[in-house]
Design a protein around this ligand. Structure first.
Ligand SMILES: *[C@@H]1O[C@H](CO)[C@@H](O)[C@H](O)[C@H]1NC(C)=O
Ligand SMILES: *[C@@H]1O[C@H](CO)[C@@H](O)[C@H](O)[C@H]1NC(C)=O
Ligand SMILES: *[C@@H]1O[C@H](CO)[C@@H](O)[C@H](O)[C@H]1NC(C)=O
Length: 421
């Protein structure tokens, strides 16, 4: 079974790289074929290229349109960070307390709403909360900058989770507080959305005082116990990153790029797509759980995911995994001395993240594993709730995409919201 899964993984993770580098860079291509045997890239391209994409309506609507479709009003705001990036925040107005949603890796605010009337954003809005959804720099909603052009200036893409935490998270929190005229708000993060929050809380500890409670879904700080094929991918990250850098690639998953078009086509067929994209790519990364994300959902998800981001951010996460440290970006000894005044990048001090924190973990989450969340928990000073979800198959994406979230997740989340928000 392993070679087959590997083959599928390659379709999603490696073929795209080839697309980004003008389809076939022969050196990269043969390097990949050496690592993964029995794969014929030409054959895969030939199989999927002639087909059409089949997104459903919800696969094509943006956050605001989905909010309206599922019975809410929605406003869009732009905020500008201290380093001049322009971000979009969506707002579903409610009379209740403000909740800010922070999405994860290669994702966007949409992740919290693509499940429609059972999605977290709509469920919170239906319950009367005042819902805000952030978009970190670099995704389709947050490509603006006061002086840089994301399509022309490579410098634009020189960011990773440090900037998401230090600049983007802080400006979104301040904006919501200012708009609502409140002193505190509640933040719910998923996956790297939690990482970004931990960066903020450790590097700008004054922000902890602005938080009622931080609800961390599938928390990620340490990545030392990842399972499945992501573990393999992380080991391959350094050569892939240097190959991409030498090809001048600084970002991935741009809308309407060869890569995004390929994913949209390959992942939205009625036959074969689920096996290819969920069994072959999402599950090996997130944990296997086909009950929560059914084949029809492919027609929604792949209109929104994966979302554009910087290569540097993805590489930074792989460094956290390979170095076993929750630390700043590692530039290598010489440049580290220049940037940080030390040979190693400084760690993020989780002891400073004093906000009340609720940690929710899936036992079958290959990325935010129980072991790594235990390490995180032991370092956070104010954990008010730690819950391994009872459903054993709960994986990394079931926190946002799960078909049964109203039964398997929300009761626990609302218990924390009722008590602390
Ligand atoms: C890959 O498939 C193509 C098209 O079927 C074929 O022409 C080519 O020889 C194959 N390459 C290898 C290395 O098997
Ligand atoms: C979402 O779609 C609506 C309707 O087409 C459009 O007016 C709005 O600008 C879009 N929002 C964003 C942020 O792209
Ligand atoms: C969501 O919508 C579906 C179909 O429109 C409906 O069957 C279901 O009861 C709704 N669920 C909730 C929680 O509103």
């Amino acid at each position: 079974m392993l070679p087959l899964v590997k083959e599928k993984l390659i379709v999603i993770f490696v073929l795209p790289i080839l697309c980004e580098s003008s389809l076939v860079d022969p050196i990269l291509s043969s390097a990949i074929e050496n690592v993964i045997p029995n794969i014929n890239i030409t054959e895969i391209i030939n199989k999927y290229s002639p087909l059409q994409s089949h997104l459903s309506e919800d696969g094509k609507l943006n956050f605001s349109e989905l909010a309206v479709k599922y019975g809410q009003k929605c406003e869009e705001y732009s905020v500008t960070t201290e380093d001049k990036y322009i971000l979009t925040i969506f707002h579903i107005p409610g009379k209740g307390r403000p909740v800010l949603l922070m999405h994860g890796l290669i994702d966007s605010s949409d992740t919290f709403i693509i499940r429609g009337n059972i999605s977290l954003a709509i469920t919170l809005a239906d319950a009367g909360y005042d819902v805000w959804a952030a978009n970190f720099r670099g995704n389709r909603y947050s490509l603006g900058h006061e002086t840089l052009d994301c399509e022309k200036d490579k410098e634009y893409w020189d960011f990773s989770l440090y900037e998401f935490g230090y600049y983007d998270s802080s400006v979104c929190i301040d904006f919501v507080l200012q708009q609502t005229d409140k002193k505190k708000l509640t933040v719910i993060g998923h996956s790297q959305g939690t990482t970004n929050f931990f960066v903020l809380g450790s590097r700008r500890p004054e922000y902890n005082d602005k938080i009622n409670v931080f609800i961390a879904l599938a928390p990620v700080a340490y990545l030392s116990h990842m399972r499945g094929l992501i573990e393999v991918a992380v080991k391959l990250a350094p050569p892939i990153y240097s190959a991409l850098t030498s090809l001048g690639v600084v970002d991935v998953f741009k809308e309407n790029s060869a890569l995004k078009d390929f994913i949209e086509v390959a992942c939205t067929q009625d036959v074969g797509s689920y096996e290819l994209c969920f069994d072959g790519a999402i599950f090996p990364g997130a944990g296997f759980d086909s009950e929560e994300t059914e084949p029809q959902f492919s027609h929604v998800v792949f209109g929104h995911y994966p979302a554009r981001s910087s290569i540097k951010n993805i590489y930074h996460l792989s460094q956290i995994a390979n170095r076993n440290k929750f630390a700043d970006y590692d530039y290598g000894t010489i440049k580290n001395l220049e940037v940080y005044g030390a040979t190693d990048p400084p760690e993020f001090d989780l002891g400073k993240v004093k906000a009340k924190t609720a940690l929710f973990v899936g036992e079958n989450d290959f990325l935010g594993t129980v072991e790594d969340v235990d390490t995180l928990k032991s370092q956070l000073p104010n954990v008010v709730k730690y819950q391994i979800l009872p459903r054993k198959e709960f994986n990394h994406m079931d926190f946002v995409w799960g078909k049964h979230m109203p039964e398997t997740l929300y009761p626990y989340v609302f218990e924390v919201l009722d008590k602390y928000s």
